[in-house]
Design a protein around this ligand. Structure first.
Ligand code: PAF
Length: 285
């Protein structure tokens, strides 16, 4: 497994692979890899002879009171997981490599980045959009893979890629879950086993919301939100930030759910001091 740490060597490798006829898939991550990341690496490895996984804990997407310094870092373990799943290279730059002195440009994506996660975490999506753009410019992939667990992030990144005409295909793969339904996340490492059980209420609420939409002929978003909030309210140790049923493309508030447009059910909640997000998307019919 080759681990590259500078942008110059990364770009050189990508260019030489392309000149030899290889296509390149990439999986941007912040490390602390879990089976959710593994599923992305595996799919990229099926689709492309070269799969680069980036491992970079991006300081610019963390707020001042968030967990940047305590975020789990485990490069040796990550290298093994990448290799086991068919990845061919890791790009693990330092903070000064990605943000050298004098760096000042930031990408602001607009409305889709201002609501929900964007409202709770000011500056978060500017940090994400900017680093994803920089990672794509370093790895020069044909296809980039993200997990659906960070649904709003997938919309923000798609919009940035389309608005900036970045020539890369975007693939979004399903969320991988524990048996309890809890979505896999690097932040689950912060949870005790008791808290993991409590956190699985988030998926139970999403499943109930999704059942109501699938069974009903005419369904109102408020009805779905109330059902999700009722289930979440049964778990005293969950502090709910939002539990919403919104337009899946714009994240705008909806009144009635249209089968031809679908819906996004999105929840953010804290268990102890750990903030978790999850979603279920009802596809348009
Ligand atoms: O989803 C993540 O792990 C991060 O937000 C990403 C896309 C790697 C950017 O730092």
């Amino acid at each position: 497994m080759e681990v590259l740490t500078t942008v110059a060597e990364m770009q050189q490798l990508s260019r030489s692979m392309v000149s030899r006829g290889s296509s390149i898939g990439c999986v941007p991550t912040m490390g602390a890899l879990h089976p959710g990341h593994a599923s992305l690496i595996k799919k990229s490895a099926e689709d492309h002879p070269v799969t680069v996984t980036s491992v970079f804990v991006n300081p610019t997407q963390f707020g001042p009171t968030e967990d940047f310094s305590s975020y789990p870092r485990s490069l040796d373990r990550d290298i093994k997981i990448v290799a086991e799943n068919g990845g061919t290279h890791i790009f693990a730059p330092s903070v000064s490599e990605m943000f050298p002195g004098g760096y000042s440009t930031e990408i602001s994506v607009g409305a889709i980045a201002d609501v929900l996660e964007g409202a709770s975490r000011p500056g978060h999506f500017a940090g994400v959009a900017t680093i994803v753009c920089k990672l794509l410019n370093a790895m020069l992939p044909h296809e980039v893979y993200f997990g659906q667990k960070d649904y709003q992030q997938t919309l923000v990144v798609r919009k940035m890629i389309s608005d900036l005409l970045i020539p890369v295909r975007v693939s979004i793969l399903p969320t991988i879950r524990e048996q309890s339904g809890l979505a896999l996340s690097s932040r689950n490492q912060y949870l005790t086993s008791e808290q993991m059980l409590k956190a699985s209420t988030i998926f139970k609420a999403l499943a109930e919301g999704s059942k109501i939409i699938k069974q009903g002929a005419t369904v109102y978003a408020k009805e779905v939100e109330l059902a999700m909030q009722t289930i979440l309210g049964l778990e005293a140790d969950l502090e709910v930030e939002y539990a919403v049923c919104v337009d899946p493309h714009t994240l705008a508030v909806m009144e009635q759910i249209s089968k031809s447009r679908g819906a996004a059910l999105l929840i953010a909640a804290r268990v102890g001091s750990t903030r978790l997000i999850d979603n279920v998307i009802i596809e348009a019919q």
